[in-house]
Design a protein around this ligand. Structure first.
Ligand SMILES: Nc1ncnc2c1ncn2[C@@H]1O[C@H](COP(=O)(O)OP(=O)(O)OP(=O)(O)O)[C@@H](O)[C@H]1O
Length: 254
């Protein structure tokens, strides 16, 4: 790939445990992860519980540093990029988010106010994403305590979309959404390719990944088992392999 948007090169992540002596290494969380992503991809990250999906998102958001290996954003090594600049371009929506006591409208505008955008641009951008995500008017004046878990989740995603970041990291974005809202969200996320946003989405619902993503990263016990174009994935076989592996894991854990 000539100009990858994001590149991981032999990335390893070992657990940092307080009980370890300085010369000891923790157990591996991610091992030998290498891949490149072009600018308008929508990637689904799948794998069983504990496979390392959230850990991979945290590395890409630089909440954790690789124990070894390198990450590049548009050919610039992560450690060369000032952290505020990196976070302005790489946005993570974790599973649990807070709206910091703001109303929905304020929360959506806030990241753009921080970026110093003109008031009119902020209003236009916020209105655009409210419309795209079909966010009803009667949510706009509410604060997070007045919203359901699914409503909060959708607002957290909208708040990331208004930024139109270079990289958007979504950790199980549909876990609290009904299927209709989840499917609409997938359609909207596909459109973000027009905004030059590359998306990484951790999702246990394979059918949502199948309908939206362009590429699949399959993690297994911290290793990248597969990196495939979505059109080349055998989804039926993948679904049955994952179900079988999860059953086996559940039995081992008793
Ligand atoms: N801060 C940490 N310190 C030590 N070990 C950790 C830490 N965070 C995660 N792990 C371990 O790393 C492995 C991967 O965890 P991770 O949360 O990335 O998995 P996941 O694929 O996102 O799982 P799930 O689908 O259950 O959310 C697990 O074995 C977990 O126990």
């Amino acid at each position: 790939m000539d100009n990858p948007k994001l590149k991981l090169e032999q990335v390893n992540l070992f657990a940092k445990l307080k009980t370890l002596k300085s010369n000891q290494q923790g157990y591996p969380i991610l091992q030998d992860i290498s891949f490149e992503v072009s600018k308008d991809e929508f990637l689904a990250i799948i794998g069983l519980t504990g496979a390392g999906k959230t850990s991979l998102l945290r590395l890409i958001n630089r909440l954790d540093e690789p124990s070894s290996g390198k990450i590049y954003l548009e050919n610039q090594e992560y450690r060369q990029i000032p952290i505020l600049e990196l976070r302005a371009n790489v946005t993570l929506v974790p599973q649990e988010t807070k709206l910091l006591g703001m109303t929905v409208t304020e929360a959506l505008a806030y990241p753009l106010v921080l970026r110093g955008l003109a008031k009119q641009t902020i209003q236009q951008r916020v209105s655009y994403w409210i419309e795209q995500l079909h966010i009803p008017n009667d949510w706009l004046g509410k604060t997070e305590v007045q919203l359901s878990a699914g409503q909060r989740q959708l607002i957290a995603i909208a708040r990331a979309l208004v930024i139109q970041p270079k990289i958007l990291l979504l950790d199980e974005p549909t876990s609290s959404l009904d299927i209709g809202t989840a499917e609409r969200l997938m359609q909207v996320l596909k459109l973000t390719q027009n905004h030059q946003t590359t998306i990484f989405m951790v999702n246990h619902q394979l059918e949502l990944a199948q309908m939206s993503c362009t590429r699949l990263l399959h993690l297994q016990q911290g290793r990248l088992l597969a990196n495939q174009k979505a059109v080349e994935v055998d989804w039926v076989n993948l679904r049955s392999c994952l179900t079988q592996a999860q059953t086996q894991l559940d039995e081992e854990w008793g």
